[in-house]
Structure formats: C-alpha cells, structure tokens
Write a protein that binds this ligand. Structure first.
Ligand code: ADP
Ligand code: ADP
Length: 237
C-alpha cells in the first residue's frame, strides 16, 4: 500500500509543483495519473521514489514513512519500488535474461555472461516472469533484437524481478503503436491486480487510462482535481 499525505513541493526556483496532494493506493490497484504538461505528474512520481525531496508532507510505503531518510536507507527503499520507463531503459547489448536479472541486483554488472553467477532460484524466477510477459522463447536474444512491445515486456519482467512493493510506471506506451499500447496496458493491469501490487501509471493518453486502469487521479497546477472511477471522469480534467 502507498500513502501520500499532504505532499507539497516548491522547487528552489519558486515553482510550486505540488499542493497538498493526498491519496492512498491499496494493494493491487492501478492508478492512472493524468494531467496537462506541467501539472506536477513527474514531480509526484519523483517524490514517491525519492529522487526529489518533498518540501512537506509524508510518503508511506506499507506504513513505513519514507520521507527524510538517510542515503543508505533511501537506497534500500528504492529497491522496494519497481520502475518502468517510456524508453524501456534496457541494456541493449545484454540478453533478455541478463536484463531481467539486472533488476534483481539493481545495477548492471560489468562481468561478461553474468547469468551463471545467479543462484538457480533467481534464474527460475526470471523464467517464470518472462513466461508471464510472453517472452520465455526470447530469453537468450539480445535486447536490441526486440520490438518495442517486447522491450517493454522485458522492462516489466525486470521491475518484477526485484519483488517490488510498488510499481511506478512512466508513460509506458508513449513509444508504442496503439495496438501494442493496449496489450501492454492490459498486461500491466492484469499483473498488478493478480499479484496485489499497487501501481501508479503516469499516462498522457486519457482514453488508454480510462480503458484499462482501476482509478484515475487528475492533477492540474499541482492539485488533485479528480480522483475516482475511470467511468466517472469528466471532460474538463
Ligand atoms: P508534469 O510531469 O505534469 O509535466 P512536472 O512535475 O514536470 O509536471 O512540473 C510541475 C511544475 O514544476 C512545472 O511548473 C515545472 O516547470 C516545475 N518543475 C519541474 N521540475 C523542476 C525543477 N527541477 N526545477 C524547477 N521547477 C521544476
Ligand atoms: P558484440 O561484439 O556481439 O557486440 P558484446 O561485447 O556487446 O558483443 O557482448 C557480448 C556478450 O557479453 C553479451 O551477450 C553479454 O553476455 C556480455 N556482456 C556485454 N557487456 C556486458 C556487461 N556490461 N555486463 C555483463 N555482460 C556483458
């Protein structure tokens, strides 16, 4: 579960990016975060994964306050948050399996063929995840041999490999065609719902958000202007 309480962010430049933002995401729920450019969506995501220190307010991950932590504690907290990116952020020269296993480490090792250094249970788990995202036949392919949709599936498996307690997903379909976008959204929401993983998807495509997410939070000028069922979303958000 993720709890955000009275979050405010004022940048040094004086820009007020978040204003009293409060919400809770229960286990298994996928929230679509929408709003115009400059609304504060990225700032909110960065306050949660703690790349940005909020000016005030509290972020709790499964009831643990993760604001105001030491750097060491912060690194540990980040390992509990799975990130999925628009441009996938795969290591192109590594295989699909190696990319997924790097999610377990949280960094890409410099040794060649590092797969054999992992215990069998980690490899077995990576295979299960690749199977779940429909890529088990491609484990040994290099990432740069994959299509965009396949790359994003690797990105999803890599994020899941670290056993996250929360997924933060930044514009996962912005580089994909409409059909692949729908497949990826459906897969993400199914996985979160079935595994009880809470997720926030920063998504500019309101139609996709409405079609696939469980709940929509609309931000405008740093404030929540809508929080509810996708079917209840009004046009002005
Ligand atoms: P969105 O992701 O919805 O486009 P952002 O969170 O990027 O919105 O931006 C929200 C506001 O904060 C904007 O006014 C933006 O100019 C400002 N902002 C974002 N990042 C910074 C930064 N690093 N320094 C100063 N102002 C920033
Ligand atoms: P190529 O000549 O085919 O481009 P590379 O040197 O890019 O060969 O990679 C060959 C193999 O070496 C990769 O498939 C991978 O298994 C391994 N490898 C390359 N870079 C790394 C790295 N940073 N960490 C671990 N293994 C690597």
């Amino acid at each position: 579960m993720l709890t955000v309480e009275a979050l405010n962010k004022i940048y040094k430049t004086g820009d007020k990016a978040l204003s009293d933002v409060t919400f809770t995401v229960p286990k298994g729920q996928v929230v679509g975060l929408i709003g115009p450019s400059g609304a504060g969506k990225s700032t909110l995501i960065r306050c949660i994964n703690r790349l940005v220190e909020p000016t005030s307010g509290v972020v709790k991950l499964n009831d643990q306050n993760i604001t105001g932590l030491s750097n060491t504690a912060l690194r540990r907290v980040r390992r509990r948050i799975g990130m999925i990116f628009q441009e996938y952020a795969l290591v192109e020269r590594l295989t699909v399996m190696e990319n997924v296993l790097s999610g377990r480490l949280g960094y890409v090792p410099f040794w060649r063929s590092f797969t054999r250094r992992f215990p069998g249970e980690d490899i077995a788990k990576a295979f299960r995840l690749l199977d779940r995202v429909g890529l088990s036949a491609h484990a040994d392919k290099r990432a740069d041999a994959l299509s965009g949709g396949q790359r994003q599936r690797v990105g999803i498996a890599r994020a899941l490999e670290q056993d996250p307690e929360l997924l933060l997903i930044d514009e996962p379909t912005a580089s994909l065609d409409p059909k692949t976008s729908r497949q990826i959204m459906r897969l993400l929401v199914e996985i979160c719902n079935e595994s009880g993983l809470p997720a926030i998807i920063n998504i500019h495509d309101v139609v996709l958000a409405q079609q696939f997410t469980d709940r929509i939070i609309g931000l405008q000028a740093g404030k929540i202007v809508f929080d509810g069922k996708p079917s209840e979303l009004t046009e002005q958000v």
